[in-house]
Design a binder for this molecule. Structure first.
Ligand code: ADP
Length: 798
């Protein structure tokens, strides 16, 4: 190196490191710039091997580098080096050969570019990070320049349009996604190029958003995409120099919305259809509107499968579908398709039907041709169930349209099937209910009686009214009023019931309603044309779940004929007993005269016969007397001749009389001081009846107890026997006219009688304003008791 001080100071004044290396890379020159950059003084550096001192990283081997320089005489590149203080630096290094002597010498000029390098490094990293972020967002993103040329697109955006790499679209100025896709707006109209948000921003809008449906031409695949574009403005011109567009795939969301809308409509249709056939036809129609090209419903009935409904987007195609169905009935032993779903109960989904599948499914050439004609692309088959049992399937078929069913459609189909199942279950229930109702109505309208139901209602005057809520057809036949004229009307009874019986019916209903149980009322009704009909209304109280009564329900029977017969019977009894009475009285008189005569001539034999005859005449007289009593009671002609008399005396007298004809043991527990105010003869009749019954119905010489007990102003008399007793069911009836407890055939005539005694007794007690009743246990005996008012001072004669 020259030692010219001018030259040397020039080399020192530059900020670059100027280093000269000899053949083996030993430093032979080291300027001030090198000292400043690396920290080593000239003295320290000179004589050292440069790459070792500076810990230089070369982009290629140093030997190669040097031989390259030899040939080309120049090299430039970035080197990583380390300073004396250990700081890592980046230098922009320029190497050239110096022709000093024979030795190959290198002049190395290094500029410290660490700062610039780092900031560029950072910029690069930031760019990478940004791209990584953009790659990782779920939305598609692309950036265009102000001419609409594509600068960047992330993978999501590329995938949306099936584009393999960025490179293929970078710089393309037409909208890359137009190829192979069709664009429709939300109304289903074709989407024009000028409406794309990116275009609109380039044209001057600040921001633009659009939602459209993209259909891939080759597969028919649908995507719903929302695009939001905005411009990045140039500060000077205030015009966009970049347009950023964000694409959100809202297909799934749209599908869910559509599915929900579809299912809601299905729900509406299903809940409004009340008939089985209608329901399934409605479903098929709905399906072709929204999901499928062809929908059929197949129902399973006793191992045969019938086509219950079919719908096709193109009605002409139904012929083919039906033909296929006819020629290829569902064979339940098959392990595919409808048969499989019917037997396993699991839904079946074949998203893509290939020609190979069609070939495999066809049984013969004809069928293959038919199947190909129908051109299946996708099939969904879902089961229909009632109470868990598979009763049929819905089959959705996609044809021609290159439209394949998605998982979403499969899910919708399954949901639809569930809803249809539920609707069918309801419809079946409803139809069964209707049938049952019809059946019951038929039965009811064919019985010769009126079934009725009425709700209790307090009328304005606080009286309990019963408003008819149901009345069977027979009422129309019987009364001549149409049901509508009497149902739901207040005070309908005044119109229907014979006016004299209105009060009786009202009281009867009231008592039954209050009893909470049931009862019978008889009264006369008047028909529209004025006829009087006797009706017997058997009623039961109806109550709500909490047991609160709210009405009556029952059957009303026409008992007019029965009443007429009863009347005729009564008339006959009345007439017969009157007719019998006179000859009987005369017979009795003649028998007495005869008795006198035989006594005089002392004909003992004849006297005995006559006394037997007298007994029989007495019995007959008693029977006739009973019958006459009944007649009198019926006609309300019984007169009471009341007087005050001690009860005990009457009982003692009767027991005394009876003791002569029976060996039963009587016990009298009747107070001696109690006097009653009553018709002595009639009370004798009652007591006689009770005592003779006690004797009659307690065979063997059992005990009979007569008791009395005073409670307040009443005395109760009881006659107790230990005989056969009376069952509960009969106890209610024995006070009725002509009632006798049924006797076994073998025991007929053991207890003769007309069944009138208790009836007459009860009527006598009723006329005395008393009560009569019985307590009895079959096999143990009975206690008949009646109550009468005690005599009081006011009964004494003045
Ligand atoms: P009858 O003339 O048949 O005795 P009643 O009217 O006196 O008629 O009695 C009606 C029915 O009541 C009788 O047929 C009998 O079955 C039953 N009965 C009455 N008293 C008694 C009794 N003390 N024990 C058992 N059954 C009785």
């Amino acid at each position: 190196m020259s030692s010219d001080p001018w030259q040397s100071s020039l080399l020192d004044s530059t900020n670059d490191a100027i280093i000269v290396l000899n053949r083996v890379n030993v430093i032979v020159f080291w300027n001030k710039g090198a000292e400043r950059i690396y920290g080593w003084t000239k003295k320290e550096a000179t004589g050292k091997i440069a790459p070792a001192l500076l810990k230089t990283h070369f982009p290629e081997k140093l030997v190669t580098l040097r031989s390259k320089i030899q040939k080309k005489t120049h090299w430039r590149g970035l080197l990583n080096q380390t300073t004396k203080k250990g700081k890592k630096i980046v230098v922009d290094s320029q190497w050239s050969t110096l022709s000093v002597g024979k030795e190959p010498t290198v002049l190395e000029v290094n500029r410290d570019v660490t700062k610039e390098f780092e900031s560029e490094q950072r910029l690069h990293e930031t760019k990478n990070q940004l791209e990584a972020v953009l790659e990782n967002v779920a939305d598609g993103i692309f950036v265009q320049n102000h001419l609409g040329e594509m600068l960047y697109a992330n993978t999501v955006a590329l995938n949306m349009f099936d584009i393999a790499s960025q490179e293929s679209i970078i710089g393309s100025s037409s909208l890359f996604y137009q190829k192979g896709f069709e664009f429709y707006d939300e109304a289903g109209e074709e989407f024009p190029f000028s409406r794309f948000p990116g275009r609109r921003v380039i044209a001057g809008e600040k921001q633009a958003t659009e939602t459209f449906r993209i259909v891939k031409k080759s597969t028919g695949k649908i995507q719903w995409i929302t695009v939001r574009s905005s411009g990045i403005l140039d500060k000077q011109t205030n015009k966009p120099f970049l347009v950023v567009s964000v694409l959100s795939d809202i297909t799934r969301q749209r599908q869910i919305e559509e599915s929900l809308r579809f299912l809601a409509r299905a729900g509406e249709i299903l809940s409004s259809s009340l008939h089985y056939e209608q329901t399934i036809q409605d479903v098929a129609m709905l399906a072709i509107e929204s999901i499928a090209d062809w929908c059929s419903v197949e129902m399973l009935d006793n191992d045969t499968v019938t086509l219950a409904a079919i719908a096709h987007k193109d009605p002409k195609q139904i012929i083919w579908a039906k033909k296929l169905r006819r020629e290829n009935p569902v064979d339940l032993t098959q392990k595919t398709g409808i048969a499989k779903v019917l037997t396993t109960g699991k839904p079946e989904f074949i998203p893509v039907i290939t020609d190979a599948m069609v070939v495999a499914a066809a049984k013969n050439k004809r069928q293959l041709a038919l199947l190909r004609k129908i051109n299946f692309s996708s099939v969904i088959i879902v089961p229909l169930r009632i109470s868990g049992k598979v009763i049929g399937v819905i089959q959705f078929v996609s044809t021609d349209s290159k439209r394949y069913f998605s998982q979403n459609e499969f899910e919708v189909a399954v949901q639809l099937a569930n809803r249809v199942s539920l609707a069918l279950e309801n419809v079946t229930l409803y139809e069964n209910l209707e049938k049952e109702q019809q059946r019951i109505n038929d039965i009811i309208s064919n019985i010769p009686g009126i079934v009725w139901e009425a709700r209790a209602k307090f009328s304005t005057n606080k009286r309990l009214d019963f408003v008819l809520t149901y009345i069977s057809k027979y009422a129309e036949i019987l009364f001549g009023y149409p049901s509508a004229h009497v149902m739901g009307k207040s005070n309908v009874w005044a119109k229907l019931v014979y006016h004299e019986d209105l009060e009786h019916l009202a009281k009867g209903f009231y008592a039954i309603y209050r009893s909470g149980k049931g009862g019978i009322v008889q009264c006369r009704f008047v028909t529209k044309d004025g006829q009087v009909k006797w009706m017997e209304l058997q009623s039961k109280v109806i109550a709500d779940k909490k047991g609160r009564a709210f009405g009556l329900r029952g059957v009303a029977m026409d008992i007019t004929k029965q009443k007429e017969l009863e009347q005729r019977k009564d008339d006959f009894v009345s007439m017969a007993s009157h007719e019998l009475k006179t000859p009987l009285t005369s017979t009795k008189v003649f028998a007495q005269i005869l008795e006198q005569r035989f006594k005089k001539i002392k004909d003992a034999q004849s006297q005995k016969f006559l006394s037997r005859m007298n007994e029989q005449i007495d019995k007959l007289t008693n029977l006739v007397a009973d019958l006459l009593d009944v007649t009198r009671i019926q006609q309300g002609k019984i007169q009471l001749n009341k007087e005050i008399f001690p009860l005990h005396d009457l009982v003692a007298e009767l027991v005394d009389n009876l003791q002569s004809v029976t060996s039963h043991k009587f016990v009298i527990l009747v107070s001696q001081k109690d006097a009653i105010f009553a018709d002595r003869d009639k009370i004798r009749q009652v007591l006689t009846n009770l005592l003779t019954n006690a004797i009659k119905y307690s065979p063997g010489d059992k005990k009979i107890i007569v008791r009395s007990k005073t409670i307040g102003k009443h005395i109760t008399v009881g006659v107790q026997d230990f005989g056969i007793g009376i069952s509960k069911s009969q106890q209610a009836k024995i006070f009725e006219r002509f009632y006798q407890a049924p006797q076994r055939a073998s025991a007929r005539n053991t207890y003769p009688g007309l069944g009138l005694g208790l009836y007459i007794s009860s009527e006598i007690i009723r006329l005395h304003h008393g009560k009569i009743g019985v307590k009895s246990v079959p096999g143990k005996g009975s206690i008949f008791s009646f109550s009468l008012p005690l005599a009081s001072v006011r009964h004494l004669p003045k």
